[in-house]
Design a protein around this ligand. Structure first.
Ligand SMILES: Cc1ncc(COP(=O)(O)O)c(C=O)c1O
Length: 426
């Protein structure tokens, strides 16, 4: 078989997988170690055909998958790897650009700057910000903390008790001190001392509740004290393509850095995290280190001077493909539908006295619980997930177990929402 034939077979496999994923159990129905036991312990000595890999995809790998492309995947933040995004990944792998600096890939460097700027425009962010692509929000936030420490010469990070664990992990990796600030009505309080603070991290769209911190006030206080303000809008930031969701952008124009993940809610396959800074020169200073072998006669951009990685993937290609093949209008329509579907579910919860919404429904996330004990709620989620019909996740609010239902897949319909409700009540 040739690359071309194998390629057609792989695309057939992918297309069939997308067409039929809804018929599979969402949560992998395997025990830990079950796949490992079926995989050869050592690598093959002789070459095998690619068809053997595809066969094993069906027989071994697929049954051990939790299906993130499933219409009833409602856990964490549900996502979609759209078709143009998948094909963009294929082209990126085929051309294998390693964008160390401009010369190593003018295309990757210049396309990345352009499409990240397209997203900046679509989200209504200020002119003049510098944006680039990192793999994940965890890396983007780590990079922001590095820049904040470099610029301020201080070593303390402050974030909300509801901030994502990546903030704590970043601080820990950098040996920075983390201070978690309590929240009132899920929003970070602002009455903390700032004299030794390097970075204040505000979250727009927290992981547990999609709640929003008072960014404007945090920015004003941080800047008055010489601290950096990083905004984590990994999930919610994508919703700013819809004008009616821009209320949560209030104050973001004052940020020193901002992360938004198109792989969460702009239909991109993992991974693609956008990191903007309004202080590009200082940001670059924190990272710039050009060894002799990377010096070139052109005095131009190296995006590797804005983050931890040297070799950079051609991630902008899939972002370009998605932005072009959807167009802003269709991306807005997808998000509005997800928010509408979340509202449908929130109403079902609200209208049933046996259940309660534990936080206001924000964007495509509903946080709720049954009016029974924590243990019973936990068992309920576990049974629902084991059924394979739906997949939900949980969090805690004031020590109580609460259930999260997040809509984020383009295949999800209102019937799926009703099925989720039916499974939980069954
Ligand atoms: C608000 C927020 N920030 C950061 C992250 C981490 O994202 P990543 O997996 O891209 O590191 C998440 C993940 O869900 C998140 O919800």
């Amino acid at each position: 078989m040739t690359f071309r034939d194998d390629g057609y077979a792989a695309i057939d496999w992918a297309a069939r997988s997308l067409e039929t994923v809804g018929e599979l159990p969402v949560l992998a129905q395997v025990e830990p170690g079950e796949l490992s036991a079926k995989l050869p312990a050592s690598p093959p000595e002789e070459a095998e055909p690619f068809a053997a890999v595809l066969r094993d995809m069906d027989e071994l790998i697929l049954p051990a998958m939790t299906h993130w492309q499933h219409p009833r995947f409602f856990a964490y933040f549900a996502v979609t790897a759209s078709e143009p995004g998948i094909l963009g990944e294929l082209l990126a792998a085929a051309t294998n650009q390693v964008a160390l600096h401009w010369r190593a890939s003018p295309a990757s460097t210049e396309l990345e700057l352009r499409v990240v700027d397209w997203v900046r425009q679509l989200l209504g962010l200020p002119d003049g910000w510098h944006g680039h692509i990192e793999d994940t929000a965890s890396t983007s936030t780590l990079a922001a903390l590095i820049a904040a420490r470099h610029v301020t010469g201080r070593n303390v990070v402050v974030c909300s008790e509801h901030a994502h664990s990546s903030v704590e992990k970043g601080a820990r990796m950098l040996g920075m001190e983390l201070r978690k600030q309590p929240a009132v009505e899920l929003a970070m309080t602002t009455d903390f001392p700032l004299d030794d603070v390097a970075c204040v991290v505000a979250t727009v769209g927290t992981t547990s509740f999609a709640s929003v911190d008072p960014v404007r006030e945090l920015a004003a206080r941080a800047h008055a004290a010489g601290a950096w303000l990083h905004v984590d809008a990994a999930y919610a930031g994508s919703a700013w393509i819809c004008e009616e969701e821009r209320w949560s952008q209030d104050g973001v124009e004052l940020a020193d850095s901002l992360v938004v993940n198109p792989h969460k809610w702009l239909m991109l396959p993992m991974d693609c995290s956008l990191l903007w800074t309004s202080r590009p020169d200082e940001f670059r200073e924190a990272f710039s280190l050009v060894p002799e072998y990377l010096r070139t006669p052109e005095d131009v951009y190296a995006l590797s001077e804005y983050g931890p990685a040297l070799g950079r993937r051609f991630r902008s290609l899939k972002l370009w493909a998605v932005l072009r093949c959807y167009g802003a209008e269709q991306l807005r329509a997808v998000q509005r539908e997800h928010i509408r579907l979340a509202r449908v579910f929130a109403r079902l919860v609200e209208d049933d006295p046996g259940w309660e919404l534990v936080a206001p429904q924000r964007l495509s996330l509903v946080v709720f619980r049954k009016n029974v004990s924590d243990e019973e709620n936990e068992q309920l989620v576990e049974r629902a997930n084991r059924s394979g019909e739906i997949f939900l996740s949980h969090t805690k609010l004031d020590g109580r177990y609460v259930i999260r239902l997040a809509v984020g897949n383009t295949r999800t319909t209102e019937a799926d929402i009703h099925q989720a409700w039916e499974v939980l009540n069954r």
